[in-house]
Design a protein around this ligand. Structure first.
Ligand code: SF4
Length: 376
């Protein structure tokens, strides 16, 4: 019988970055380091993909006593502000075809999500890449197609590349893109978060490079390690952080060198900053953060939906349960999902109250999916 090349190895040997023996060794090393530090340590990661890896592979169960690893503002869908969703809903209700990534579809605005608008007859399409959005505009030259663009620098760069390359006249972008480093500064400055070290997101750093964090480390005197997303990547990143914390050294390390370089993807960065400029903006439930929202520069104003259309959302009445949502506190690292009275009860993936229960990168959804605190 023919055997597909590679399957023999896959069944007999663990995947390189999921090797349980190596994970156990790293877990032992974390315990050693915590014994040397001999006081509680709070580490924050800034990425839903890190939280997924931690939950999916049960990595919290390997952590020694006294070591807490929390998720910060690392879910771009979750930090998309309600008024931004309201703008997208308004454009769809006014007759545009609004296209967006799947995670945004069900994120509640003040009173409606794009899914609600779609159910009422608005034209909302889910796409997997910005190129698909442009193709849709080419297929419907008689309609306005608005790309509701969310995500951090990793997804902002492709949006910028498409605009820089030229798009159809009936295509525009409603930017809700965000830029992570200023948000880390805000969270680091919150006295209640008390963070001893940051595990920075490896995929964003493939674009920005790890040198970007040098100023942050110097200013806040908090160590930063850039980490990848396989279980061993996460454990290795935490180990490097604990070494820096033990040595009382505010250092910067790259624990994901197979993908991240010092300077990043300079071509992508050039395009990103050619099309977008940073401005202050509200991150849902967290704060108004200087330089953390990416808006389209004047030279691309023709393709900026906010400049092309008069957007006047009719928001309607807000869901009263929203007031109980702790999503902002969770992303600031000051609360956990199971501290929310609505977690898994009134708020579920089928009926989300807050954005953290919608996205596959949202802490509440991840915790519910993987069984809550005892199993994480
Ligand atoms: Fe918000 Fe729902 Fe999470 Fe509670 S469980 S914090 S309501 S998203």
């Amino acid at each position: 019988m023919l055997q597909q090349r590679g399957t023999q190895m896959a069944t007999e040997a663990p995947l390189q970055f999921r090797d349980p023996d190596a994970a156990t060794e790293l877990a032992d090393r974390l315990e050693e380091l915590m014994n040397e530090i001999s006081e509680p340590v709070n580490v924050m990661h800034v990425c839903g993909s890190h939280e997924q890896a931690i939950a999916k592979f049960g990595l919290r169960s390997l952590l020694p006593d006294g070591l807490s690893v929390r998720m910060g503002p690392g879910c771009p869908v979750c930090v998309t502000n309600m008024p931004e969703v309201d703008e997208a809903v308004s454009l769809a209700e006014d007759g545009a075809i609004v296209v967006t990534y799947g995670d945004m579809y069900r994120v509640p605005g003040t009173s409606k999500s794009l899914a609600d608008a779609s159910a009422e007859g608005a034209d909302v399409e889910i796409i997997y890449s910005v190129s698909e959005a442009v193709e849709l505009a080419e297929e419907h030259p008689e309609r306005e197609v608005v790309f509701f663009a969310t995500g951090f620098e990793t997804t902002a760069a492709p949006t910028a590349a498409v605009l820089a390359a030229g798009v159809p006249d009936n295509f525009s972008v409603l930017s809700a893109h965000k830029y992570v480093p200023p948000a880390m500064e805000v969270v680091a400055a919150l006295p209640e978060t008390d963070i001893d070290g940051f595990l920075a997101a490896g995929h964003a750093a493939t674009i920005t490079g790890y040198e970007l964090f040098e100023d942050f480390v110097d200013e806040y005197q908090i160590p930063v390690v850039v980490g990848g997303f396989e279980p061993l990547d996460v454990l290795l990143g935490i180990e490097r952080l604990l070494e820096l914390i033990r040595d009382e050294r505010a250092g910067l390390e790259n624990a994901y060198p197979r993908c991240v370089s010092e300077e990043g993807n300079t071509a992508a960065l050039d395009i990103l900053w050619d099309v977008f400029e940073p401005t202050a903006g509200e991150w849902r439930g967290i704060a108004n953060i200087p330089d953390a929202n990416l808006i389209i520069r004047e030279q691309y104003a023709d393709y900026d939906a906010r400049k092309r259309f008069d957007i006047e959302p009719d928001t309607g009445a807000a869901n009263p349960l929203t007031e109980q949502c702790l999503c902002g506190d969770i992303m600031a690292g000051t609360a956990d999902p199971d501290e929310c009275a609505l977690f898994g009860e009134e708020c579920t993936p089928a009926n989300p109250v807050g954005a953290c229960m919608v996205s596959s990168e949202g802490t509440c959804k991840i915790w519910l999916e993987y069984g809550g605190r005892p199993d994480l």
